[in-house]
Design a protein around this ligand. Structure first.
Ligand code: SF4
Length: 350
């Protein structure tokens, strides 16, 4: 079923709820009551919404099933992480990873089932594209954890899929930030992109306080095109022009994700080229922050290895000496295949 495109989007939970309430000529405040029960009281079934009549609850149950549009089908955990493989109502599989470190809990969510962009280092890229997730399917990854009583501090769009390739991402962001739904502050959300310029422009306009991360992974255009075919359409040069505008408009930091892969992009020359690219951004180059991430080995992505510690240290030193702000990201979830698409890719083979 790879590369199947879904043109018709199913009705949202909200539209279906409204439809049932209208059928029974219910006053407007009923919708608010249902919303409060789902997003503030975190009920798991429509049966628990006792402010509704039994008849209404029956209809909700028969037509909508449970509240969540996702069913957890595989869970793996280690000391810091919990990774859940979900199945959507139409049978697509997606993943979310909860990472708890010290007193901070972050949730990495998926925006698509599979991905069409085929980056060479990415497990999701090997799956092909299945579908864009609906706003409910995106937000229910969070709702699942909230229903279990978990406190989630931040949401990052770094799971399966390219967020800006899914136009419904913006409806999901609206739900995440709307006080009637999840009411998260924009600064608690991060969106990571391989550089889809129209998405960056729209984010700057509609959600200027949401954190933006750009996945670069090589400052050399030729190599980047090999690693990430999307660079043929959106080369880093064009994306950096856009990022400059983004910074002008928002005055916000931009995160540059750089995955270190052994013998591929972890040499001092790569580090120097990266530093030069950041310096080239002019007086506001200090607003670019590099996130170095060590490649996570798996048998799904063949022929790529995690970098040696000495190479990581050399790379970081080059950045440090050139005054480039960077963070070496902590690696979590090595035992549970917490890199995007790996749990699904593994389960698919069974
Ligand atoms: S890295 Fe992101 S854009 Fe590239 S294939 Fe994986 S999910 Fe898609």
């Amino acid at each position: 079923m790879a590369n199947q495109i879904n043109f018709l989007q199913p009705k949202t939970r909200e539209a279906k709820i409204e439809e049932i309430l209208n059928r029974y000529n219910q006053p407007e405040y009923r919708l608010k009551q249902v919303f409060e029960a789902i997003y503030k009281k975190h009920v798991k079934t429509y049966d628990e919404i006792t402010t509704l009549s039994k008849e209404l609850r029956e209809d909700f149950k028969n037509e909508l099933g449970d509240i969540l549009t996702l069913k957890p089908i595989a869970i793996t955990t280690d000391e810091f992480t919990e990774k859940v493989l979900f199945e959507t109502i139409d049978g697509s599989k997606i993943e979310a990873v909860k990472i708890k470190y010290k007193d901070h809990t972050s949730l990495c969510v998926s925006s698509q089932a599979g991905c069409a962009l085929g980056c060479k280092f990415c497990a999701t890229g090997t799956l092909g594209f299945r579908k864009n997730l609906s706003p409910d399917e995106i937000c229910d990854q969070l709702l699942y954890f909230i229903q279990k009583g978990e406190k989630i501090d931040t949401i990052v769009f770094m799971g399966m899929g390219e967020p800006f390739a899914n136009p419904q991402l913006f409806d999901a962001l609206a739900m995440l930030t709307d006080p009637d739904y999840f009411g998260l502050g924009q600064r608690k959300i991060s969106v990571s992109t391989v550089g889809l310029i129209p998405g960056i422009q729209r984010l700057a306009k509609e959600f200027p306080q949401i954190n933006l991360a750009y996945s670069l992974h090589s400052a050399f255009h030729e190599q980047r095109m090999e690693l990430m075919p999307v660079a043929k359409v959106y080369p880093a040069e064009a994306v950096f022009i856009e990022l400059k505008d983004y910074i002008e408009q928002t005055n916000r930091k931009v995160f540059i994700a750089y995955l270190l892969i052994k013998g591929v992009n972890d040499s001092p020359e790569h580090a120097k080229a990266l530093a030069a690219l950041i310096k080239k951004q002019g007086p506001k180059s200090y607003l670019y922050h590099i996130n170095l991430i060590k490649f996570h080995e798996s048998d799904v992505v063949k022929g790529m290895k995690k970098p040696d510690e000495t190479a990581v240290e050399r790379f970081s030193t080059v950045l440090m000496h050139r005054g480039i702000a960077y963070t070496l990201r902590q690696s979590f979830g090595e035992e549970i295949d917490a890199a995007c698409g790996q749990l699904f890719a593994k389960n698919r083979k069974k």
